[in-house]
Design a protein around this ligand. Sequence first.
Ligand SMILES: [Zn+2]
Length: 76
Amino acid sequence: MPIYEYQCDECGKRFESLVMGGKEPKACELCGSKSIYRLMSACAFQTRDKSGLVTKSSAGTSSCSGCTSSSCSNCS
Ligand SMILES: [Zn+2]
């Protein structure tokens, strides 16, 4: 499930919200303002593998899961 980061335009509060079923938060959780917008979270560019290590999804273009390029010995 995607977690998006939002920022309130009124008070500047940043908060993360787990978006389930496409239901995004309608208002700031701090001040209740509806002037919130979604940030491009850095998490969008990262994935976590089973051991919890953060890997850059930019490596997804590589055919190899063991390196961040396509030039290691594990690469096909
Ligand atoms: Zn607010």
